[in-house]
Design a protein around this ligand. Structure first.
Ligand code: OVP
Length: 405
């Protein structure tokens, strides 16, 4: 567990912030707190946790670009792996630094390459059209339970080569993983209490014998046949896909549904030109940043925009705040599918930048293009319920009213 806040003190002159970016009040509406941290300074001290935080675009980008100083191998949650035992064997990519990181990353790069995406595309488009068509026969639906959670489950488990039984564990396991990056709060304790059956099912799915012979999982295991990685390493790389590939795209799609439902002019622009589907998805990912935060740990004393940070400090990157930093983004809070989203950090940046980004974009593009053709209008139908998770931002419920085209 993190040491008490008073056990660690900030460098002199660092603005101190009282915010708790892992609290229910914060999750309900993070934007005012994001703004407060951005405006307090380039680096702030979070007294609640005894860590530093960066909320501006420039500093977040600098941290992502310097993995030798801001390392991942001590964990990208609040827990410091140099002081506490990780709750599961560390990820071979997310929780590793170059050069060790790179060998494992190369295997995932190939398993999730543009060539692989081309082979998946027709099936993903067909599934998106089937789902949009089915939803168009209803006038009201929940854009989370009936859409954002459904579509990735229609396409990705088969693409990875998972068994048909037990797939309901995927979203529960992912929610657990993302809660475990947080502090020792209610959400993390609940995750610990209920994780066992999900962890067990996931471990079985990572085995070569469980996976089909023709999916993304099999491609990863093929790298163990050539000796590029060990069998155990291949299993852990499959685990990365099962950890990071499902809930993230659920909430990316949820963000797009939310953004379109609240911005009818933008849905009209998408309908007028469905080739904007990829841009519409990317802009929703920037605006809502489904993965809100990751920590880094300093490997040396370092100065970040004038703030001295000692070796061994945890520094929180508020990706969602950086993606709405007015220093970088004109009318940052506006959903504008025609803007340039280049450089947003919702997928990270640098050596760790999301290895599944092409898969996420393929899903988002296919689904939004299908929606653009199936519906003439989509609007919010009552209050959305926010999701409470230590790392993920999204909605637990998002009722919409939709008009079939
Ligand atoms: C968003 C991510 C998230 C959770 C787990 C892993 C990666 C992993 O590599 O296991 S990136």
């Amino acid at each position: 567990m993190p040491q008490a806040a008073e056990a660690r003190r900030p460098a002199a002159k660092v603005p101190v912030s009282p915010i708790d970016p892992f609290s229910i009040d914060f999750f309900r509406n993070p934007h005012p707190a994001h703004e407060a941290v951005r405006e307090a300074g380039p680096v702030v001290w979070l007294e609640r946790y005894g860590t530093y935080a960066a909320a501006r675009y420039a500093e977040v980008k600098e941290m992502l670009g310097d993995p030798a100083t801001f390392c991942s191998s001590r964990g990208v949650g609040l827990s410091d792996f140099a002081r506490e035992t990780p709750w599961r064997p560390p990820s071979l990519v997310l929780e590793r630094d170059p050069p060790e990181h790179d060998r494992a990353r190369a295997v995932l790069n190939r398993a999730l390459s543009a060539t692989v995406m081309r082979s998946l595309r027709a099936r993903f488009v067909e599934a998106a059209e089937a789902l949009a068509g089915a939803l168009a026969r209803r006038d009201r639906f929940d854009a989370i339970a009936d859409c954002a959670e459904v579509y990735p489950m229609m396409v990705l488990p088969d693409a990875v080569g998972l068994s048909k039984v037990g797939r309901e564990h995927l979203l529960s396991y992912a929610a657990t993983v993302f809660n475990m990056f947080g502090p020792d709060n209610e959400l993390r304790r609940a995750a610990l209490t209920q994780m066992a059956p999900h962890v067990e099912w996931i471990a079985l799915q990572c085995k070569r014998e469980t996976l089909t012979g023709d999916g993304i999982g099999a491609t990863i295991h093929a790298a163990a046949d050539t000796g590029e990685v060990t069998r155990r390493e291949a299993e852990l790389l499959v685990r990365s896909i099962l950890s990071a590939g499902f809930d993230t795209t659920v909430h990316g799609i949820g963000a797009a549904m939310r953004s379109l439902a609240h911005n009818p002019d933008q849905f009209a622009a998408l309908r007028a030109d469905p080739s904007k589907a990829r841009a519409a998805f990317e802009e929703a990912v920037r605006l809502e940043s489904p993965v809100q935060t990751f920590f880094r740990t300093t490997t040396r004393d370092v100065e970040l925009s004038g703030t001295r940070i000692p070796e061994g400090a945890k520094v929180l990157m508020l990706l969602g705040a950086a993606n709405r930093d007015p220093r970088k983004w004109p009318h940052a809070d506006r959903y504008d599918i025609d803007r340039s989203t280049a450089g947003h950090v919702a997928f990270g940046a640098g050596v760790h930048m999301c290895v599944g980004q092409l898969l996420a974009r393929l899903e988002g593009e296919a689904l939004l293009a299908a929606f653009a053709r199936a519906f003439s209008a989509i609007e919010a139908d009552g209050e959305a319920e926010p999701l409470f998770n230590n790392t993920l931002r999204g909605w637990a419920r998002l009722p919409v009213k939709a008009t079939a085209a």
